[in-house]
Design a protein around this ligand. Sequence first.
Ligand SMILES: Nc1ncnc2c1ncn2[C@@H]1O[C@H](COP(=O)(O)OP(=O)(O)OP(=O)(O)O)[C@@H](O)[C@H]1O
Length: 252
Amino acid sequence: MAIEAPLLKVEALCKSFGALRATDGLDLEVTEGEIHALIGPNGAGKTTLINQLSGEMTPDSGRILFDGMDITAVPGYRRPHLGLVRSFQITSIFPDFSVLANVALAAQSRTGHSFHFFRPVARDASLNVEALAALETVRLADQADRPARALSHGQQRRLELAMAMALKPRLVLLDEPMAGMGPDESAFVIEVLSGLRGKVTMLLIEHDMDAVFALADRVTVLVYGRAIASGRPAEIRADPAVREAYLGEEAA
Ligand SMILES: Nc1ncnc2c1ncn2[C@@H]1O[C@H](COP(=O)(O)OP(=O)(O)OP(=O)(O)O)[C@@H](O)[C@H]1O
């Protein structure tokens, strides 16, 4: 039986801050099409890993393979062009532009056209059609004409997701997409992300265990910069080492 190569493969990755090994010989595989959650106690090294995957931080050693290609030394700004996109890290939204224009600008950056302030992106019909489609996937199409600043916090996070989707990623890195949301909004984002299952591969950091177990096809548990377990949610729940290192802590 042929074994499919993972879309993302992390091999023996290491990153230290002084004496602290934030990533300590980490191995990870993400399969195309899956929603893969990364969980672990505070300080386990989740954000440090995502920073290295997005290219914002350079590993000390080890390799990152994306679709079989070694991208460890590829600068962060080039990774979106390869299909590796990060969402929910910094607010990259232009608050005074319309919701639609924000997504159209993201789509425009993918197609490599330069940014023309004097030729409003709103005139480019094909970009708008694409932007509207991305807004529909996050159920924000009805907000398209409003200025981005008028959106609620939860809507802005969905806008960021639409902007990431407009880049037509193969893998999207999601850093706590539900952070700062109330239960209703979180549930809505879970629904939106579920709807994207199979359309895009996702690697997701999330503290909300209900969200993780509702969404993830597979879960990897990080503790002290290492992956101590990786498997289906039910396997992770039942893993004694995980319970001790992490889920037990939650219960306590
Ligand atoms: N730029 C930095 N300089 C020094 N230490 C850092 C830096 N970034 C992270 N660390 C340390 O590395 C360790 C891993 O941090 P990281 O933020 O990756 O963990 P995390 O799993 O994302 O935590 P949390 O769940 O609290 O967000 C922590 O001990 C943190 O204090």
